[in-house]
Ligand binder design. Structure first.
Ligand SMILES: *Cc1c(COP(=O)(O)O)cnc(C)c1O
Length: 389
């Protein structure tokens, strides 16, 4: 059997025949997008103030169950601000998975802090709480209620789990380890809008959660992001810092600290309101696609379709197959064959610990993440790709 052509055959069985290329994940504008955007243009409210920003924040709260949501220009900026609010200082370390998007580590670096890379597990593709605990037992040293890296002498200030491709990490186990070492948890839920861990939305388990509404994410505002949290005071601070730390006043420009210009413009929020109205439908369609893929790959021993972990409900942002370890040498063949057949696929990101700006950073053993990046393939996942019947 030729594994690549077998994978192409099974993808085509699910997707049917498409003229042109099947994208990995493209946005879908089925709803009131044009209506809301026109309203912004017609009324002149296109920028940082306007009713859609307020509405988007309140709609985000309703959907996720967050007490508060604060909309930002993108997910990376939201993460930067969340880490700053969590008290991360220059020269400190932040634990992040090596298997993640570069934005996660960049947000740490933007604070002049240092990413400290942690291994992942095959089940969730996210941080392995067991391995995290072992690593902290080896390198962590408590001084009072603060954790220090005994090798570098730097404080370990926070941990940022990433819900990779929409699958939730094992949050209860991870929080237990984080609490043991006094580490605030900032969840990078950029990929997991609509994903739940034990019926609570991802991003609401730690101190704060961060969402992204980039064009390739489950819903889009063009570019955008948000901080979600259950703490009113933190949300107020996030809003204040993201609007240049300007004190509310009818005309005076008075600022009480070095703030950021990270607020989401009204025109992006308008798109977001229309997209949120359709989110339940997108999630249904993406789930139907995932179920069809799982079925199509069920009897192929060389390939595992990555299912939502037990106790979670995944948005299946990017559907993913994992080649079995014996077949990792076939990865480039599989990518070649699928893309040649017009089915857009891509490998997982290179491990962040291998990027030139992060090679000097501390890390745990990364054997599982290293193996996973040699075997993971993202397959077409957009809400328009309902399975062929
Ligand atoms: C998309 C993404 C981000 C960044 O979001 P942007 O809105 O693109 O800045 C951060 N982390 C992860 C894991 C992402 O997938």
């Amino acid at each position: 059997m030729n594994l690549s052509s077998e994978i192409v055959r099974r993808l085509q069985k699910v997707l049917g025949t498409w003229s042109g290329k099947v994208p990995l994940h493209e946005p879908l504008f089925f709803g009131r997008e044009k209506e809301y955007l026109s309203e912004c243009v017609d009324t002149g409210w296109v920028s940082s103030v306007g009713k859609f920003v307020d509405r988007f924040e309140s709609d985000l709260s309703s959907f996720t169950g967050a007490r508060r949501a604060v909309a930002m220009v993108n997910g990376t900026c939201a993460l930067h601000l969340a880490l700053r609010l969590a008290g991360v200082e220059p020269g400190e370390e932040v634990l992040v998975p090596a298997l993640a998007f570069v934005g996660t580590a960049n947000a740490v670096a933007h604070l002049n802090a240092v990413p400290h890379f942690i291994d992942s597990e095959s089940l969730t593709l996210g941080i392995d709480p067991g391995k995290l605990g072992e690593h902290l037992a080896a390198v962590g040293e408590m001084r009072g209620d603060m954790c220090f890296n005994r090798h570098t002498g730097r404080r370990i200030a926070a941990i940022v789990p990433v819900h990779v491709f929409g699958h939730s990490v094992r949050l209860i186990e991870l929080l237990e380890v984080a609490n043991r070492y006094g580490l605030p948890v900032i969840e990078d839920a950029a990929e997991s809008m609509g994903s739940f861990y034990q019926a609570v939305h991802t991003g609401l388990w730690g101190k704060m959660g961060v969402l992204s509404f980039n064009g390739n994410k489950t819903i889009t505002t063009g570019g955008g992001g948000a901080i979600i949290c259950q703490d009113e005071k933190l949300a107020d601070l996030a809003k204040h810092l993201s609007t240049t730390a300007k004190k509310a006043h009818r005309w005076a420009f008075d600022h009480d600290q070095v703030g950021f210009n990270y607020r989401m413009p009204n025109i992006n929020a308008a798109l977001g309101c229309a997209q949120l109205e359709q989110l339940p439908r997108f999630l249904e369609r993406k789930r139907a696609l995932a179920v069809a893929y799982a079925d199509a790959f069920a009897d192929l021993d060389e390939v595992r379709f990555v299912l939502e972990p037990p106790g979670t409900r995944s948005n299946y942002w990017l559907c993913t197959i994992a080649l079995s370890p014996a077949f990792e040498a076939s990865l480039s063949d599989v990518l070649e064959a699928t893309n040649a057949a017009g089915l857009m696929t891509r490998p997982a990101w290179n491990l962040l610990s291998t990027l030139p700006m992060y090679t000097h950073c501390p890390r745990s053993d990364l054997s599982v993440a290293s193996s996973l990046v040699r075997r993971l393939v993202n397959i077409p996942s957009g809400p328009a790709l309902v399975p062929a019947t």
